[in-house]
Design a protein around this ligand. Structure first.
Ligand code: TEU
Ligand code: CA
Length: 548
C-alpha cells in the first residue's frame, strides 16, 4: 500500500457563501473564513476545500466562472486570498480549490467572443450546432431541468450546456482550450495552493457524433452519454503530465458517472491522472428515472452493499474519499440518520463510519455540529437554481406545488446551504444582518458555541475520532472486510494492517439490536453513547474496538 499524506489527512469542505460573513453584507467571504481558521484547527482537520469564490454571476453560486484569475468581489480581494492561504499554511493546514473547467459562465470573455459570430476565433471554445428539424441538436436533458442546448438567435445555432444555460460546456477537443486550462491550473499552483477538487471531471470528453439518446433514466444518461468519454483519460493525463505532476499536491475528482468498475482508470496509482475521487453512487441512491425529484425508496442494505463493493473494487491500486454530504445534497444526519429523536447519536454513528471506512474522510461544514435539513414554507425562501428550475418545470413534472415543496424539503441542495450556525444570536452568528439565504431556525439550539461548551457534543466526538485516526494508521491503510450481511440492521466491519485490527459496529436503526459481536481479544476504544450491554446495541449505538 502506497503511503501518501492525502490518504492520512481529513478534508473539510467550506461553501464560502454560507460559512461566515465578515463585512455585514449577508454573504460569506474570505475574511470570514480567516476568522474561523482557529476553529478548524481545533477540530483537527487538515485539508480545507473551499467551493468556488472566483469572479462569477452566481447563477450556480460560483460554479459558473467568468474570470478564473479573479476573486469574486463579494468574497474579497486577491490580498484577502493571500492572507487566507498564509493563515491556513501557518496553522499547518492545506488549501485545495475547486477547478470548474467542464464549463464556464456565459459571461466569461471566451463565451462573449464565441457567440459573436460563427467565424469568431473563440467559436470553437464551446459546442455550437445547428438545430435539427427545428429543434435542439439532441434530446439531452440538462442536470437542471430542460434541454441541454440553448438557441442563440444571433447566429441561429445552439450551444451545449449540461447544467444551466449560463454554464456553456467547454470544448476540450480544442487544444487551445486545454492550454488555457493548464495556464489557470499553473497560476493557482504557483500561488502555493495544495491541490484541486475537479468539478464533474468525467464530463470533459464528449462522445461524437453528438446524438440523441433513447436511454430513459437520467443517471444512466449521465454515466453512459455524458461521462467517461473516449478521451477523458487522455485529457486528464495530459493535465497531469503538463502541470499537476510538477507539484506535491492533491487532486480529487468529483465523479458523477464514475462507477466502481471504471474508477481505477481515474485513480489507479500508476495512471498519472487523479489521486482520488468523490464518487456519487451512494449520493445518487434514490434518484429515480427523472433524477432526484423523481425519487424511489432505498435503505441501509443498498448503502452497505454499495460501500462494500466500492471498498473491494478500489483495492490497493486506487483511492476514494469517504463522505455522506456536501453542498449538493441533503444534510447527512437528515438523510442517512435520524435528525429528530436520535440526532446526536445518529450524527456520531455516521461520523464513526466516515472516519473508519477506507478512504480520505471529508466533512461538510456544519455536519460536525449536526446541522440538519431545513423546511422553508415557500419557494421564495429557496435560492438554488436546480431547485428553482425544478419548481417551474411543468414539462418533465406534473406535480402540485405542495408536492414540489415537499420534494425540495427532502432533496433540495439548499438544505446544505443555509448559513453556518456559530451561536444563538440573531442570524446565528453568521452575519450582522439578513443574509442571502435564511438560517435554519434551529440555530438557537444547534450552534458551534453550544457544541464547544458541551463535552458530549457531536463536535467533540468528531474532534476525538479525528485525533484517534491520526495515531492509528491502520484506519488509513488497513484493508476492509464486511463481517455481516447487508440486510441486517447493523453494520459490522474490520480494518486490519500490520499488527493492528479494528472492529467497527454500528446500529443504524432506531431500535435496540441484540447481536453476537466477535469481540474476543478486542478492547472497546470508542463508543458514541453510554455503554449498557455488550450484546445489545442501543438505537444508533456505534462502537470501535481495537486489538494490537
Ligand atoms: O455537481 C455535479 C453534480 O453531479 C451535482 O450537480 C449533482 O449531480 C446534482 O447536484 C444532483 O442533483 C457539481 C457541483 O458540485 C455542483 O454544485 C454544480 O452545480 C455542478 O457541478 C455544475 O458545476
Ligand atoms: Ca460578506
Amino acid at each position: 500500500m502506497h503511503k501518501n499524506w492525502w490518504k492520512e489527512e481529513v478534508i473539510y469542505q467550506i461553501y464560502p457563501r454560507s460559512f461566515k460573513d465578515s463585512n455585514g453584507d449577508g454573504i460569506g467571504d474570505l475574511q470570514g473564513i480567516i476568522s474561523k481558521l482557529d476553529y478548524l484547527k481545533e477540530l483537527g482537520v487538515d485539508i480545507i476545500w473551499i467551493s468556488p469564490f472566483y469572479k462569477s454571476p452566481n447563477d450556480d453560486n460560483g460554479y459558473d466562472i467568468s474570470d478564473y484569475r479573479a476573486i469574486g468581489e463579494e468574497y474579497g480581494s486577491m490580498e484577502d486570498f493571500d492572507e487566507l492561504l498564509h493563515g491556513i499554511h501557518q496553522r499547518g493546514m492545506k488549501l485545495i480549490m475547486d477547478l470548474v473547467v467542464n464549463h464556464t459562465s456565459d459571461e466569461h470573455e471566451w463565451f462573449v467572443e464565441s457567440k459573436k459570430s460563427k467565424d469568431n476565433p473563440y467559436r470553437d471554445y464551446y459546442f455550437w450546432r445547428d438545430g435539427k428539424d427545428g429543434k435542439e441538436p439532441t434530446n439531452w436533458p440538462s442536470f437542471f431541468s430542460g434541454n441541454a442546448w440553448e438557441h442563440d438567435p444571433n447566429t441561429d445555432q445552439y450551444y451545449m450546456h449540461l447544467f444551466t444555460k449560463k454554464q456553456p460546456d467547454l470544448n476540450w477537443e480544442n487544444p487551445k482550450v486545454r492550454e488555457e486550462v493548464y495556464d489557470i491550473v499553473q497560476f493557482w499552483l504557483d500561488k502555493g495552493i495544495d491541490g484541486f477538487r475537479l468539478d464533474v471531471i468525467p464530463l470533459i470528453s464528449k462522445t461524437f457524433p453528438l446524438a440523441s439518446t433513447e436511454i430513459p433514466v437520467f443517471n444512466d444518461i449521465v454515466e453512459n452519454v455524458y461521462s467517461n468519454g473516449p478521451r477523458v483519460h487522455e485529457f486528464i493525463n495530459e493535465m497531469y503530465t503538463r502541470v499537476l505532476s510538477k507539484y506535491d499536491i492533491m487532486t480529487v475528482g468529483e465523479g458523477p458517472g464514475i462507477n466502481k468498475d471504471v474508477a481505477n482508470l481515474y485513480v489507479g496509482k500508476d495512471r498519472g491522472e487523479l489521486n482520488m475521487i468523490f464518487h456519487l453512487d451512494h449520493m445518487f441512491l434514490g434518484h429515480g428515472t427523472k433524477g432526484k425529484f423523481d425519487p424511489y425508496e432505498y435503505g441501509w442494505k443498498e448503502i452497505k452493499i454499495l460501500f462494500n463493493d466500492w471498498e473491494h473494487s478500489i483495492g490497493d491500486d486506487g483511492w476514494i474519499s469517504i463522505f455522506l454530504d456536501n453542498h449538493d445534497f441533503p444534510r447527512l444526519v437528515s438523510r442517512f440518520g435520524n435528525d429528530d429523536q436520535y440526532r446526536i447519536e445518529s450524527a456520531k454513528a455516521l461520523a464513526l463510519m466516515i472516519f473508519t471506512l477506507r478512504g480520505t474522510p471529508c466533512i461538510y461544514q456544519g455536519s460536525e455540529i449536526g446541522m440538519t435539513n431545513v423546511a422553508f414554507e415557500t419557494i421564495d425562501d429557496y435560492r438554488d437554481v436546480e431547485t428553482l428550475n425544478f419548481y417551474k418545470d411543468h414539462t418533465a413534472f406534473d406535480y402540485s406545488n405542495e408536492k414540489r415543496i415537499a420534494l425540495i424539503h427532502e432533496h433540495g441542495r439548499d438544505n446544505a446551504r443555509t448559513t453556518m450556525q456559530w451561536d444563538d444570536s440573531v442570524h446565528g452568528g453568521f452575519s450582522s444582518q439578513n443574509s442571502w439565504i435564511k438560517p435554519n431556525p434551529n440555530y438557537r439550539d444547534i450552534n458551534v458555541q453550544k457544541a464547544i461548551s458541551d463535552p458530549d457534543s457531536i463536535f467533540h466526538w468528531y474532534k476525538k475520532i479525528i485525533a484517534y485516526r491520526k495515531t492509528h494508521l491502520g484506519l488509513t491503510y488497513g484493508n476492509f472486510t464486511a463481517l455481516n450481511k447487508a440486510d441486517q440492521p447493523i453494520y459490522i466491519y474490520k480494518r486490519e494492517w500490520e499488527n493492528e485490527s479494528y472492529l467497527v459496529v454500528i446500529n443504524h436503526s432506531n431500535e435496540k439490536q441484540s447481536f453476537d459481536i466477535p469481540t474476543d481479544g478486542y478492547k472497546l476504544e470508542l463508543i458514541n453513547q453510554r455503554f449498557i450491554d455488550s450484546k445489545v446495541l442501543q438505537a444508533w449505538e456505534a462502537r470501535l474496538y481495537y486489538k494490537a
